[in-house]
Design a protein around this ligand. Structure first.
Ligand SMILES: Nc1nc2c(ncn2[C@@H]2O[C@H](COP(=O)(O)OP(=O)(O)OP(=O)(O)O)[C@@H](O)[C@H]2O)c(=O)[nH]1
Ligand SMILES: [Mg+2]
Length: 332
């Protein structure tokens, strides 16, 4: 457990741009130990949670090339900042790691897949998704706040596209990019809820493999999306993350889209809604934790779950019984 003075020093170093302080701060944020909660909240209060960086969510089916694209895009962005005679932009990448549910090895995979970006001094951090629905780690939002406080802009968030992931990443990102593959089951059935509701830019990757197929898929999608989302159709692009073809155009499209959203007031509305969602999720988490910390609740919970497995009680009756026992609801 960290003292107040240690937390204050950590916050100071982080805001001053110290990378190792940022890493340590994220580790604290990701801690699931209840005794770290005070330190975690204290740290966030000190560094602030003001949204200021451009946050881009990158989602898509496994193997579509999200990590490779983030590497290429991040390197492009870093290079541009220095082109204009300015200090290089400091890019951060948060990769929500699905490996805990799969093979267990993709952290190393992502790091080796982001070689170009690593050499620009970008901050790359895989985080465990801990089985949270949608693949967005429980603490992605807070980790993002730390990266912003440390001066990283933009922040790219990779998450595996599992249908709901697009929606969950849209809870934190300004813009969501969906990486698709032509002729890989990502055809029209790929136009699912996620793309319909939460995607801003669709990219057909690996165009180097079959440029004609990629172009055809892209124009089919473009037409379909214009019909399905006539007011605000997502932009559709073709590119190759591996060769870098089309990557500068993607960055230009992202910048343009964000500028439009800022000008129309949509960006502020989106961020306002995200603050409310953050509050609700925080409240859910704390309410549940407070409930579970009640006297006898843990023991009774285990007993009730055992009884449920033996089919001796209904789920509703079990919940009634625990709520009554916890004293959060008085007897009728
Ligand atoms: N030919 C070609 N291969 C690519 C391209 N982009 C990515 N790949 C390859 O596709 C494979 C998967 O790429 P990743 O970037 O790891 O894909 P991902 O979407 O991040 O995968 P997960 O994180 O496992 O869901 C790797 O072998 C890449 O080298 C591309 O533009 N062209
Ligand atoms: Mg990846």
């Amino acid at each position: 457990m960290a003292t107040d003075a240690e937390i204050a020093e950590l916050a100071r170093a982080l805001v001053a741009g110290d990378r190792s302080a940022l890493s340590r701060a994220i580790t604290l944020i990701e801690s699931s130990r209840a005794e770290d909660n005070t330190a975690r909240r204290g740290l966030l209060a000190l560094v602030g949670v003001e949204r200021k960086s451009f946050v881009i969510g990158v989602t898509g089916t496994p193997g579509a090339g999200k990590s490779t694209l983030i590497d290429a895009l991040g390197a492009e962005i870093a290079a541009r900042g220095s082109d204009a005679g300015q200090p290089p932009r400091r890019v951060a990448v948060l990769a929500v790691d699905p490996s805990s549910q799969r093979s267990g090895g993709s952290i190393l995979g992502d790091k080796t897949r982001m070689q170009r970006l690593s050499s620009t001094g970008a901050f790359i951090r895989p985080s465990p998704s801990r089985g949270v629905l949608g693949g967005i780690a429980a603490r992605t939002r807070e980790t993002l706040a730390l990266c912003e406080a440390a001066g990283y802009d933009p922040v790219l968030i990779e998450t595996v596209g599992t249908g709901q992931a697009e929606q969950r990443v849209a809870e934190v990102a300004d813009i969501v990019v969906n990486v698709m593959l032509a002729g890989a089951g990502d055809e029209l059935q790929g136009i699912k809820r996620g793309i319909l509701e939460a995607t801003d830019v669709v990219v057909f990757n690996k165009a180097d493999v079959d440029p004609e197929l990629a172009a055809r898929s892209a124009s089919e999608h473009e037409r379909a999306l214009q019909l399905l989302r006539p007011l605000d159709p997502p932009k559709v692009l073709v590119l190759s993350a591996a060769t870098g073809n089309g990557v500068p155009e993607l960055w230009a499209a992202l910048v343009e889209r964000k500028a439009q959203q800022a000008a129309s007031g949509k960006l502020e509305l989106l961020r306002a809604e995200q603050r409310v969602l953050w509050f609700r999720r925080e409240l859910e988490e704390r309410a549940l934790a407070a409930f579970l910390a009640g006297p006898q609740v843990a023991t009774q919970l285990a007993e009730l779950e055992a009884a449920l497995r033996r089919d001796e009680i209904s789920p509703q009756a079990a919940a009634d019984s625990l709520v009554l026992a916890s004293g959060t609801q008085s007897r009728p």
